[in-house]
Design a protein around this ligand. Structure first.
Ligand SMILES: O=C(O)COP(=O)(O)O
Ligand SMILES: [Mg+2]
Length: 218
């Protein structure tokens, strides 16, 4: 199969910010730090766990503590595997994935979430069967916005023509650096306005996605 649609995960297919917020506050409490608001932790999402923990420590004035950071990354990832109960699939996602798979498009996932937690939440939500290829934030030595994870996902799918669907500035930069068309989901965790994010198409309702993709790949 040579045509593929590759998806980001957090803020694109699933609203996982409530679980990430809860896990972050468990970790902060364990280390005696004050809790974050949901908006604060949402603003830390998008560049993977090491960056997320750096944001948490920077906000509490402890950015320079490398040993603490390393310990907290490990503890966060361990907790993250079971932090799935507050996460919801965005409306219309299953129907859109069924439509795309039925149109003979290969589906892949390219996320900065570590592979273990990504598999766990996909299985919990019944989404795991859709993606034969999943590249996570710890699959390679680099993460998005480096183009390598997206290129690795495409290579593993055997895709020649593809589209990347994501919610963030990081995803837009990844697609641009890989030379792949980018479709922006506007209801996720972007940090700035839609007009400031380079994209080929944008959508806010998953029922519109199969049509957009068919149009872009034709
Ligand atoms: O884990 C993150 O920081 C973001 O994950 P995503 O790449 O699926 O949006
Ligand atoms: Mg995302």
């Amino acid at each position: 199969m040579s045509r593929a649609v590759i998806f980001d995960l957090d803020g694109t297919l699933i609203d996982s910010a409530p679980d990430i917020h809860a896990a972050a506050n468990r970790l902060m409490a364990q280390h005696g730090f004050a809790a974050f608001t949901p908006d604060e932790t949402r603003s830390f999402i998008g560049s993977g766990v090491p960056h997320f923990i750096t944001c948490c420590l920077t906000a509490r004035g402890r950015a320079g503590d490398g040993a603490l950071r390393a310990r907290m990354i490990e503890e966060f990832i361990a907790d993250y595997e079971t932090a799935v109960t507050l996460t919801q699939v965005y409306p219309g996602v299953m129907g859109a994935l069924d439509g795309l798979a039925g149109a003979d498009l290969a589906l892949g996932l390219c996320t900065n979430k570590p592979k273990g937690p990504a598999h766990a939440v996909l299985a919990h939500l019944g989404l795991d069967g859709y993606f034969p290829v999943i590249i996570g934030g710890d699959s390679l030595t680099v993460r998005k916005p480096d183009p390598a994870p997206l290129q690795a996902t495409a290579a593993a799918l055997g895709a020649r023509d593809m589209v990347f669907v994501g919610d963030s500035e990081v995803d837009a930069e990844t697609a641009a650096r890989a030379g792949v068309p980018f479709v922006l989901y506007t209801e996720g965790y972007r940090k700035g306005p839609v007009e400031r994010i380079t994209h080929d198409r944008a959508f806010s309702d998953f029922t519109d996605l199969p049509g957009l993709i068919t149009d872009l790949l034709s």
